[in-house]
Design a protein around this ligand. Structure first.
Ligand code: GTP
Ligand code: NA
Ligand code: MG
Length: 406
């Protein structure tokens, strides 16, 4: 798109953080106080994505019930999110999923605004939260850093307007633009099979405008949009850049995180979907599409990869740090080793999801994957390796890098 076609678009803001720190509560407050009068009466259907208007400016929010939505979006390389709101409860402080959320946002290169929530609680301690965030690489502006941290309470509504103001400020600096006058390109946020209505997808339009009646493709799914509703379940005729919409009319249930785009006609759509299906089948056959220590060297030789991404988990902080130090030293001219996420504790689903999205392997020292992580690593073909001797990890990675692993 040429410069003159680009129009300002609303920011897309993803709310992340540890369980029960108040993500949904904050969004509820924002929805209730900033949804226009005419919209307020209707029952809001939760679709995980919706748009509010603050000081005449639109903001699209994505609530994250888990990390999956966010990582599968990253998987497409589409930076669907412009800003991440990291919610940290002031009484609970930085917790494992807070740290994971920081890793997700950082690896997606998305600016973080911290909402320090639950400041109404007597046990809240804002400075302690700032200190813990500092230990995890985020320094508050008032401490001389560059991370905006806004104390809020979803209960008393204190600070929520400040948070919205900061979002608009950061969004303005980003100068977000897209061409609304072209065929739509977007991402599937959620999708499910509705018993009565068939495949149902919540999409976020990123470029162009999605129209009722458009023919779209998303992976192996294709079809003509025969119903389109907004985040309040009202029928709409079109959705422009940064706007979410729920669509009906697809042949199959698309994958969350998958690209979706409009094409000329249904024949084109079916041809593309069929070829995607064929490609998927081939990929399954030539598995090893994901990196493992076993196929690493071949892929380096083939010029397919120049980076080995690793997620590191260990039982104690000292081991995590020792492992990272040793692994980073194994980089050579052919391959650069990146530790994309690390942490103390067992290997969980989120570690595997992050690894899958970033084509990484997972190494654990004195820790095990939980059942869900094992299950997921099988489905996603993520190489998860656990060790009892640190030297063995270093040895295996070193051999893999040099093509000497048996
Ligand atoms: P998950 O989606 O499960 O990860 O949780 P969440 O982060 O969306 O948290 P949720 O909004 O469900 O809130 C969790 C609990 O904290 C609920 O009982 C809320 O009522 C409570 N809560 C949220 N915000 C505040 C707050 O500012 N003050 C107080 N006192 N309680 C809050
Ligand atoms: Na909750
Ligand atoms: Mg929630």
């Amino acid at each position: 798109d040429s410069e003159k076609d680009l129009k300002t678009r609303p920011p897309v803001v993803t709310v992340m953080g540890h369980v029960d720190h108040g993500k949904t509560s904050i969004l509820d407050v924002i929805k209730k106080s900033h949804v226009q009068e005419s919209e307020a009466g209707g029952i809001t259907q939760h679709i995980g994505a919706y748009t509010v208007t603050v000081n005449k400016k639109k903001i699209t929010f994505l609530d994250t019930p888990g990390h999956e939505a966010f990582t599968s979006m990253r998987l497409r390389g589409a930076l669907i999110t412009d800003i991440a709101i990291l919610v940290v409860a002031a009484d609970d402080g930085v917790m494992p999923q807070t740290i994971e959320a920081i890793s997700h946002a950082k690896s997606a290169n998305v600016p973080i605004i911290v909402a320090i929530n639950k400041i109404d609680k007597p046990s809240s301690n804002i400075d302690r939260v700032k200190q813990e965030l500092l230990e995890n690489g985020l320094m508050s502006e008032d401490w001389g850093g560059d991370t905006i941290m806004v104390p809020v309470s979803a209960k008393t509504k204190e600070g929520i307007d400040d948070l919205l103001e900061m979002i608009n400020l950061v969004a303005e600096m980003q100068e977000l633009k897209a061409n609304p006058n072209r065929m739509a390109v977007g991402t599937v946020i959620e999708a499910k099979l509705d018993k009565g209505k068939g495949p149902m997808a919540t999409v976020l339009v990123q470029k162009g405008t999605l129209n009722f009646g458009d023919t779209v493709v998303s992976g192996v799914a294709s079809g003509r949009i025969r119903a389109m509703t907004d985040d309040k379940n009202r029928n709409i005729k079109k959705a422009g850049p940064s706007m979410p919409a729920v669509i009906l009319g697809l042949s199959d249930v698309p994958n969350a995180g998958e690209l979706i785009y409009a094409v000329e006609d249904e024949k084109t759509a079916r041809t593309i979907a069929d070829s995607n299906r064929e490609e998927l089948r081939e990929n399954r056959i030539n598995s090893g599409s994901k990196v493992s220590l076993d196929n690493l060297f071949d892929r380096i030789k083939e010029g397919e990869m120049k980076d080995l991404n690793i997620v590191v988990k260990a039982d104690v902080k000292g081991s995590v740090e020792a492992l990272i130090q040793s692994l980073l030293k194994l980089s050579n001219e052919e391959v650069k080793i990146n530790v994309i996420h690390s942490g103390v504790g067992g290997i969980n689903e989120s570690d595997v999801t992050l690894a899958s999205a970033s084509n990484a392997i997972v190494v654990g020292f004195n820790v095990r994957p939980n059942i869900n992580a094992i299950e997921l690593s099988k489905n996603e073909e993520v190489d998860v390796r656990t060790y009892r001797v640190i030297y063995d990890i270093i040895d295996d990675v070193e051999k893999a890098v040099k093509g000497m692993l048996d």
